[in-house]
Design a protein around this ligand. Structure first.
Ligand SMILES: Cc1ncc(COP(=O)(O)O)c(C=O)c1O
Length: 361
């Protein structure tokens, strides 16, 4: 897979660059870290589950951290200058966060995304000053490349640079934040961290950090059934599937992306969409506010590991991610008529989840 490095024809404007970095640093200084929520498991004594709530970032998802890193990476590679138009291919979350930082730097931002993206996400991009560019199908990166060439802009390309732009050794990346917030818990070093993969950047950051800090913690990726990642994990020769038709936005891909690092993953759990939706609803009942679909996929991954630990009599802790708020899916995953019109019957799965999570109070 050829990585296309942007050719920079940007004249280095030292003052503008210094000011741009200053703006991002002051934004970091104004921001608080996200919370770690402990979920009681009445039916699984000795096992604790923790949810890293990334929906509390200013732009509402785990992509706030990535967008910040991507802008600093592009600025310091001299790929962005005063007046550069920023383009991204995104199912929404990354575009929402990048629109925020583009506006912070006074730059135009265009988000190329599938026409099927939820109306809530399109509204959030516009709210942060971004311009949605909707296309048929899911091949957004090709259009983003073309637009960047036509507008002499910069294509951020999260799928290629997510794992490179994030500082996996520290700088308050998501893994460092998780382990710091676990430090005073009964089992401070989790047995497992569970996350999904869209670009694969989050999994790469967590996988590297665990090794760098010499923790025995293992990394589990929860992947939608129609995605390519679990096939690729089982057989590296498989780099593409027919089409990833999952309705779970943000994770699952048709082709393996450059930022997905299977060698850092200890386990992959395959999750059908019905189960992801049910688990997102179940967690929403437990914490009292809606969670996004990919959070449900993570919960299913954690659920499988918890059941195995219960069977083996293993105790300890598991951490997973609340990637974004369910408010963005009011008209889809949280709309019963939308679910039934798409053939999703979540009731049996909700009951099964009670085996570990118990009835919501
Ligand atoms: C809601 C949501 N969850 C999870 C992910 C996966 O994160 P990553 O791209 O780091 O693999 C994304 C990525 O866009 C996302 O939007």
């Amino acid at each position: 897979m050829d990585v296309v490095f942007p050719r920079s024809n940007k004249v280095r404007d030292t003052n503008w660059l210094a000011h741009a970095i200053q703006l991002i640093e002051t934004d970091i200084n104004r921001s608080a870290d996200t919370h770690l929520i402990r979920i009681e498991l009445p039916r699984a004594p000795g096992i604790a589950l923790y949810i890293k709530d990334e929906s509390s970032h200013p732009t509402g998802s785990l992509k706030h951290r990535l967008a910040r890193s991507m802008f600093l990476y592009a600025l310091c590679n001299n790929w962005i200058g005063p007046g550069t138009t920023i383009i991204e291919a995104s199912s929404g979350s990354t575009a929402i966060s990048e629109a925020y930082f583009a506006r912070l730097l006074g730059l135009r931002f265009i988000a190329v995304m599938p026409r099927t993206t939820s109306t809530e996400k399109i509204a959030a991009i516009t709210f942060h000053g971004g311009e949605p560019h909707l296309i048929e199908g899911r091949n957004t990166s090709e259009t983003a490349h073309r637009l960047a060439a036509e507008l002499n802009g910069h294509y951020m390309d999260q799928f290629t640079f997510a794992e490179r732009a994030t500082d996996w050794r520290g700088n308050n990346n998501i893994a460092e934040s998780i382990f710091a917030q676990m430090a005073k818990e009964t089992d401070p070093v989790p047995n497992w961290v569970v996350c999904g993969a869209g670009t694969g950047g989050t999994a790469a950051t967590i996988g590297r950090f665990i090794r760098y800090r010499k923790y025995p913690t293992r990394l589990c990726v929860a992947d939608p059934k129609s995605s390519v990642f679990h096939h690729h994990y089982a057989d590296r020769a498989v780099t593409r599937v027919e089409a990833c038709s999952s309705v779970i936005e943000g994770i699952g891909r048709t082709q393996v992306e450059p930022s997905f690092m299977p060698d850092l993953v200890d386990r992959v759990v395959v999750v059908p969409d019905t189960e992801s939706i049910a688990a997102a609803r179940k967690l929403s009942e437990i914490i009292g506010r809606p969670c996004g679909g990919s959070t449900g996929t993570n919960i299913c991954g954690a659920f499988t590991l918890i059941q195995e630990m219960m069977e083996k009599g293993v105790t300890g802790s598991i951490v997973t991610l609340l990637c974004d708020s369910g408010e963005r899916y009011r008209s889809t995953l949280y709309d019963d008529s939308w679910l039934s019109s798409h053939g999703f019957d979540i009731a049996p799965v909700m009951q099964r989840l009670d085996a570990v999570f118990g009835q919501a109070h």
